[in-house]
Design a protein around this ligand. Structure first.
Ligand SMILES: Cc1ncc(C[n+]2csc(CCOP(=O)(O)OP(=O)(O)O)c2C)c(N)n1
Ligand code: SF4
Ligand SMILES: [Mg+2]
Length: 325
């Protein structure tokens, strides 16, 4: 994470002319705007950022952010992002993708990323459907719900991505809502600032295919009191931090309160920062112990060509290792 506090960067620096093909009213717009505002607010310049997207409507986000980026393969966004961060630890790396991308085909990568605690931020756009492919049930759609593309109610249970993040080892976990941009900007900034692996689930209405969990539903329009379903845990005094060096009792108590929040759903939906674990070393710290001088000697710092443009890679030792006697 490279943050220059003194630099004034505006959201405009992250905007592009590229045409956007999301449906009108899609929650993705609020997330895009929040990403741009958050990065600008942190004083990070576009050339210091790389955004990686999965496959799906949400996966197109890298096209819409003026920074480095790759629209990767279905379910493979985290390996791309991890590779970039390890090759150039000075980059601010964001991985973004949908609930289908991250919790179905990408679930194995999600779990194994958690074990590493690499310093990057993963933002999951959770609309409970496969938006791009016309609204099939995604792994986050609750059992028994029937969104409008489904011929019958969902026969499968849902994955609780917050719980999966916790058990996999993500050290910063939060949840936002795509139409609460003010809070979302703050959450993205906190996730980026966190020195380790951050997971931010964003509840994102898909007005085209999810006719159940709509903007109106999240906004509580059907409730007797008309109050939004989502609330901010920080406004209720929730403290998510496991401090460095915390004893086992503290760790267990913090995890227990997280588990309670992660299971709350329906009339009250918690948003905000839900877990910050400062008690686990980052992958970069582990790497520096094994490779002295890392990240000063990371691949991005090494020359790739001599003055003549010829590769400086010396592969003799590598090929010698592969030789069969
Ligand atoms: C290997 C592979 N399998 C299936 C697909 C088809 N496909 C494209 S997008 C998508 C799901 C997208 O859903 P989600 O990740 O929730 O993103 P959303 O469109 O909802 O933002 C699928 C299955 C694909 N592109 N590649
Ligand atoms: S299909 Fe849904 S998620 Fe995709 S752009 Fe349209 S509203 Fe957004
Ligand atoms: Mg989706």
């Amino acid at each position: 994470m490279a943050i220059l506090e003194a630099v004034q960067v505006t959201r405009k620096a992250y905007q592009v002319e590229f045409p956007n093909d999301w449906c009108p009213g899609c929650g993705d717009f609020g997330i895009l705007s929040s990403i741009q505002q958050a990065l600008a607010g942190l004083g990070i310049l576009p050339h210091q950022v790389a955004v990686f997207g999965g496959i799906g409507c949400s996966g197109k986000t890298p096209y819409y952010v003026h920074a480095y980026g790759v629209h990767t393969l279905h379910g493979r966004v985290l390996p791309f992002a991890a590779g970039a961060k390890l090759a150039n630890p000075e980059l601010t790396v964001l991985a973004v993708g949908g609930d289908g991308d991250g919790m179905a085909i990408g679930a194995g990568h999600f779990v194994n990323m958690g074990r590493r605690n690499i310093d990057l931020t993963y933002i999951l756009f959770n609309n409970e459907v496969y938006g791009l492919t016309k609204g099939q049930a995604s792994p986050t759609l609750p059992l028994g719900l029937q969104t409008k593309s489904l011929p019958e109610p969902n026969i499968q249970g849902r994955v609780n991505s917050l719980m999966l993040a916790m058990t996999s080892g993500f050290t910063w976990i939060g949840r936002g809502y795509s139409y609460n941009v003010k809070q979302l900007v703050r959450l993205i900034q906190e996730a980026v600032r966190h020195p380790g692996l951050s997971y931010l689930e964003v509840l994102q209405p898909c007005p085209t295919y999810n006719n159940l969990h709509t903007k109106e539903w999240y906004g509580g329009k059907d409730r007797p009191n008309g109050q939004p379903r989502w609330y901010d845990v920080q406004e209720e005094g929730y403290d998510p931090v496991i401090p460095e060096g915390a004893d086992e009792e503290t760790v267990q108590a913090k995890l227990a309160q997280f588990v309670e929040k992660a299971h709350e759903w329906g009339d009250r939906i918690p948003t905000g920062v839900l877990l910050v674990n400062r008690n686990i070393s980052t992958f970069e710290e582990r790497l520096a112990e094994r490779i002295p001088g890392y990240p000063a000697s990371s691949p991005a710092k090494r020359p790739i060509a001599d003055g003549e443009g010829q590769s400086v890679a010396v592969l003799d030792a590598f090929f010698a290792e592969l030789a069969v006697e």
